[in-house]
Write a protein that binds this ligand. Sequence first.
Ligand SMILES: C[S@@+](CC[C@H](N)C(=O)[O-])C[C@H]1O[C@@H](n2cnc3c(N)ncnc32)[C@H](O)[C@@H]1O
Length: 285
Amino acid sequence: MWFHIRLLEKCNLSCSSCYASDHNRSQMLSFPEFKDVLETIKQIQKVDHKMSVIYLSGGEPLLHPQFFDFLEYCFAQFDRVSILTNGILVKKYINDLIPYKEKLCVQISLDGDEDTNDVIRGNGVYKKVLEALHLLQDNNLKHWVSYTVSQFNKHCYKSIIDIAKETNSFFNNVTPYIGNVDQMLDYYEWKEFKYNYEKYTRKLNIESAHGPNCCGFSYNCGAFSGGLTVNPDGSVAGCARINDVMGHYKDMAKFILQKSRSITETCMKEKWQDFSYFNTIRYLE
Ligand SMILES: C[S@@+](CC[C@H](N)C(=O)[O-])C[C@H]1O[C@@H](n2cnc3c(N)ncnc32)[C@H](O)[C@@H]1O
């Protein structure tokens, strides 16, 4: 399973698409709480914690004043650890990241070509992201690009795939934007996007490891069955994007589902409700 641990709400960007834009930005996990979260994960009987993946996220995880203590501690407990970052602080911390390169993966968000990305993520962000991706590549740190797809940036898939290829990104994490319904893709638009995206990866002869690995491509929702999210206030949710909070992290074992659901039952429920009427993954596939 994956455990998406949001260390803090604070961020150094204010992306227009962010699900956390109205969160209380002062919340953060303390080091003792973080240790306790990891201990709780290790005690979940039905989870093989050696196979589990820990995502350190936020807000912006690299802004947490004890981030490297967290990382060190996490590596002592788990073999598979990833940082989900906007990339802005990668240059500052690259030398601190290098010692972890054997096991660490770094996800960097990129939401379009330069103009499109910077409307969503802020002026000058695109250039910093590219610099970060090249730095990770030059230092042999495993990394991948994360692309959140909305009406506004759905046309940018080629540019993002090109960059993933150019910087030897491990894969692309392509997920649908969830939030303002006018910006979300409807079912046909998503189908078309998926088709075009896959066609272009085939054209560039990108290995499947670079391919989409996400709810939007499998139409399966991993929340509660594939993974859980721990928020900086200690609450536990399935998916950060819809913040489907169930309770406190201490009780996380109780919320794990045996079977995954279709995304028509979760994040895309409102937008794809006509399809949830037919309600089968088989129908969508
Ligand atoms: C909230 S950010 C936190 C980590 C880091 N600050 C970053 O920007 O990557 C984690 C990921 O969630 C995605 N995300 C944010 N808001 C979203 C939304 N409304 N729907 C889908 N994905 C979203 C971002 O694009 C990013 O890839």
